[in-house]
Design a protein around this ligand. Structure first.
Ligand code: HEC
Ligand code: HEC
Length: 380
């Protein structure tokens, strides 16, 4: 009530009409981007505000937001690893294994669609419900613990003030709808455009890349290698989109990682787009992941089955992965669903080294210790 009384008369009247009076109402914010880069598209029903970003940051790092109090978003999306976890596949709060490798969240505001292979999940607000509530597998395990979690947040400093600031005057702002909106807002603020590549490409700093990195960039963009075909746009992913363009509607590809018993199949645990559409032609199709900070996000691929960037390049050079032994044996190079853009390449040792150097030029070290993105509970 005290806030309401301190309002100046006219603004108070206006705000009372909206039932949302406070000294400083949340302001729609747009993030200042370097090099005149285009803004990400923000859904109209969740405008970005400083207050939501601030609250979302506390929630992102808060283990209270899991069923057994053991896991936050940051347990799997750690800033030091460009918001990945270094694991082959993610492990949920109850120890259950996810079938998938944890992707980076850097610049995810520009990614549509989300996840490794679903065309249906377009917005962060949809995606965030999965780690919170899903039980196949359990990630944060919130289901059936909603009430306990909300009660714990309600009495935890500094949440009362943060929720009030984000939704001033709302009778009870502590609900999962608001929690998801705040986390989505924070995640949209995880932006990185400060790699040597950015300085070179957008900042016009000709000397930002070494000769080797420049040769790697040229190879990456060449019609011979076709990397840019799938890894294009602001995040080196065909699924990159922004205010001035739309993402491709076919951003999923089979890159010949598997060919079980030479039947074209992928391991049943994860068959990519096929598991969504049921169409044979979608077998083993996944989204081309962002390559930003890729040197920090090992292991690689949807199932974390490739340990190093060198191995990734060897697989591309061979035109797919030939697995000679084991339950997943089969020659991925011959997978009938493989993209025509993945085919054997003649690459010298120098070419491979140049490509590796280029991929390292996509690392933005400033993101790892950015004071606006780290764990806010450490300073409390
Ligand atoms: C148990 C580990 C784990 C936790 C906890 C977790 N994630 Fe994830 N996250 C993953 C994995 C694995 C994927 C890939 C899912 C898929 O492709 O189906 C993912 C995907 C995502 C994506 C999509 C990225 C893209 O490029 O498509 C976003 C966004 C995301 N997580 C945000 C969050 C937020 C926010 C939280 C907290 C509410 C969270 N995650 C909690 C493991 C986790
Ligand atoms: C036909 C589209 C396509 C082409 C061409 C392509 N990629 Fe990919 N790339 C993908 C897809 C899809 C994945 C994920 C595959 C999976 O997990 O099953 C991927 C994964 C990767 C990864 C692993 C990233 C991670 O975080 O897991 C790297 C690195 C990579 N590609 C680099 C390259 C390079 C370098 C080239 C050129 C030699 C290239 N790609 C060509 C689609 C493509």
């Amino acid at each position: 009530m005290s806030k309401r009384l301190s309002c100046k008369a006219l603004s108070c009247l206006l705000f009372l009409i909206n039932a949302a009076c406070s000294d400083k109402p949340p302001q729609k914010m747009s993030i200042l981007l370097p090099f005149d880069l285009p803004q990400a598209v923000i859904p109209q029903d969740n405008p970005l505000t400083k207050e939501k970003v601030r609250l979302g940051r506390y929630l992102f790092y808060d283990k209270r937001l899991s069923g057994n109090g053991s896991m936050s978003c940051a347990s799997c999306h750690q800033p030091a690893l460009a918001f990945t976890d270094g694991k082959r596949v993610a492990v949920g709060s109850t120890g259950e294994l996810h079938s998938r490798n944890t992707p980076t969240l850097v610049n995810v505001a520009y990614m549509h669609p989300l996840t490794w292979s679903s065309p249906l999940i377009q917005e962060l607000e949809q995606q965030i419900l999965i780690p919170l509530f899903s039980d196949t597998p359990v990630e944060m395990g919130v289901s059936e613990h909603e009430h306990t979690i909300l009660e714990a947040l309600r009495t935890q400093e500094p949440y009362p003030a943060l929720f009030e600031a984000a939704w001033p005057g709302q009778e009870d702002a502590f609900d999962f709808n608001n929690i998801v909106m705040a986390i989505a807002s924070f995640v949209r603020s995880i932006l990185s455009f400060n790699s040597d590549f950015d300085l070179y490409a957008y900042g016009a700093q000709d000397t930002a890349l070494s000769d080797s990195q420049l040769r790697g960039l040229n190879l990456f963009m060449s019609e011979k290698l076709e990397c840019h075909h799938c890894h294009g746009g602001i995040n080196f992913s065909q699924s990159s989109t922004h205010a001035l363009n739309n993402a491709s509607d076919k951003p999923f590809h089979n890159t010949g990682l598997y060919n079980l018993h030479n039947t074209g199949d992928y391991p049943e645990v994860d068959r990519g787009l096929f598991d969504v559409t049921g169409l044979q032609e979608d077998m083993g199709k996944f989204k081309a992941p962002s390559l930003r900070n890729v040197a920090l996000t090992a292991p690689y691929m949807h199932d974390g089955s490739v340990d190093s960037l060198r191995e990734v390049l060897d697989i591309y050079a061979a035109g797919g992965r030939d697995m000679r032994a084991g339950v997943y044996a089969g020659d991925g190079r011959l997978n009938p669903h493989k993209s025509v853009f993945v085919r054997p390449l003649q690459l010298s040792e120098t070419d491979i080294e140049d490509l590796l150097q280029f991929l390292h030029a996509l690392t933005d070290k400033s993101i790892l210790m950015n004071e606006n993105l780290g764990d806010p509970w450490l300073n409390n």
